[in-house]
Design a protein around this ligand. Sequence first.
Ligand code: A3P
Length: 303
Amino acid sequence: PSEEDWITASFRLYQGFWLSPRLFKGILTCQNHFQAHPSDILLVTSPKSGTTWLKAILFALLNRAKYSDSDSQQRHPLLTQNSHDLVPFLELNLYLGQENPDLTAIASPRLFATHMPYSLLPQSVRDSNCKLVYLCRNPKDTFVSTWHFANRMRPEEKGQIPIQEGLDKFCRGVSVCGPYWDHVLGYHKASLDMPEKVLFMMYEQMKVDPHVHVRRLADFLGCPFSKEELRDGTVEGILKMCSFDNMSALEVNKCGKLWTGAETKWFFRRGEVGDWVNYMSSEMGERIDGVMEEKLHGSGLKL
Ligand code: A3P
């Protein structure tokens, strides 16, 4: 089956997930050619769940030793490069249109991002000891964020997508790499089955207590903060660098463009929890809640 994309192309259902033709191509090539290393780290999200934020945090976390004094902090790559360039998507950047991208320049541990559902990951990712960090976000804010982004990506002459239309699609599972709930459930189950391999995180919890969750990330990745780092403000420095206010005010994020045509500023809209109430009626919110309740039933997961 195919479905008119929220933007321009058309989605196809492939092994239970809705993919654009571009994603489909990138995922298949990646599945066939990517060889994971045991030291690799993959950041996984459903789109609009906070990918840009976590890319920055992971990059800053893993490179913290290089930028620990005030001189080197002035040269921090996040000040002049957007986090999507620093942490590429496997299927959207590296393996789209090429079978053997040059990965030799990437220092170990290699940090990649992906929107691939768990069941579509390359076999080598599942077989190797590489680590996966999954970030999920409450479905109502994810939906509203997606709807805004889709409207921005859409050619002007096509007009805005009525929110009700977007909601119908979302609730039928039609979204990038959706159904949203199956994407989340795949990684949630993997995190319960293999807690040493998959870390399951939530955007809302990160917003409430980022300090705790950055430390949790560092522990999971085998690079815990030392006592000295905990005393000298290293964690606070990372959080400040990656905060919505700081990142959205950087020139590179205000004026840049990604190869997809998306402007980098579109990745920084509100960055808040519960913004859905400004766009959806309580009935619309209840509709998403109802679908989620049914789909997550028995999983132990509440979003
Ligand atoms: P909103 O549209 O609700 O504002 P992604 O990076 O997966 O595309 O997700 C984009 C969402 O993350 C947007 O949500 C964006 O504003 C938010 N975001 C981007 N940078 C952030 C940051 N540093 N801190 C918190 N949220 C951020």
